[in-house]
Design a protein around this ligand. Structure first.
Ligand code: NI
Length: 250
């Protein structure tokens, strides 16, 4: 069930049977010469949207802008500073909590978001603690590649050249979902360099075409299909377990 294609009355009815909501979260940032700018928010969205076709899961609109300052020297990247990102996550979560959602599951598609999402969670828990609210509000963060078996499969599919940015696994997932948007380029070098992540001008100097340690030329829609299938199964299992956790209301 997709929140943005539902009515308030349908959400009210859903709340009678579940208090769990899945929020795809990512970043809109350059992904090398062939990766889509939306890659990091498309991947969790694709997986969550597939999962809700197979199970009674509610998926919120995708939070599609995140921590991407280091990619700003590549056109099309849109970034939030950490304080803005935390404030926005906070109000997103407070809005859902206001309706009675007590289990918010963030499915993340961008490693650079993790520290700030966790900090936003700490703020929300601190609010609950200082206000002495009763037990029962839970936040969970999961990277899609950390769903059961997915990281292992990605490294079996791409034993060399997986890398850490503009990876063939994330690009394969978008290729499966958006075959009309598949791009091609000559990669030089075939596997991109690796190094630290600092500010935008340093990033573009170190990684001139935007890739980090990856060979996106290995991506295929078929490999993307395998990754999506496994991730969907993992997500459904995890959301069920999260919903059934003891001590969390309903
Ligand atoms: Ni990415």
């Amino acid at each position: 069930m997709l929140l943005h294609l539902s009515t308030w009355a349908e959400i009210e009815a859903y709340l009678e049977r579940s208090r769990t909501v899945v929020i795809p979260i990512g970043s809109n940032e350059q992904h090398g010469p062939t990766g889509l700018l939306g890659t990091d928010w498309l991947c969790p969205e694709i997986i969550a949207h597939e999962a809700q076709k197979e199970a009674d899961i509610l998926v919120a609109p995708t939070f599609n802008i995140g921590m991407a300052q280091h990619h700003l020297d590549f056109p099309g990247t849109i970034a939030l500073r950490p304080s803005t990102f935390m404030a926005a996550i906070g109000d997103w979560a407070r809005s859902l909590a206001h309706h009675g959602f007590t289990r918010l599951y963030f499915l993340n598609g961008h490693g650079g978001n993790v520290a700030t999402i966790e900090a936003a969670f700490s703020e929300l828990y601190a609010e609950a603690s200082f206000a002495a609210r009763p037990r029962g509000f839970a936040l969970k963060l999961k990277n899609w590649w950390d769903l059961k078996g997915v990281f292992k499969l990605a490294h079996q599919q791409f034993p060399a050249g997986h890398g850490s940015h503009a990876t063939p696994s994330e690009i394969a997932v978008t290729q499966w979902a958006y075959p009309d948007a598949i791009k091609a380029a000559n990669y030089a070098p075939q596997i991109a360099p690796t190094g630290p992540i600092r500010e935008a001008s340093d990033f573009r100097a170190r990684f001139p075409d935007g890739r980090m340690g990856s060979d996106p030329g290995l991506a295929t829609p078929e490999k993307g299909a395998e990754l999506v299938r496994l991730a969907v199964a993992g997500l459904i299992e995890e959301v069920r377990a999260f919903g059934a956790e003891s001590g969390v209301s309903r």
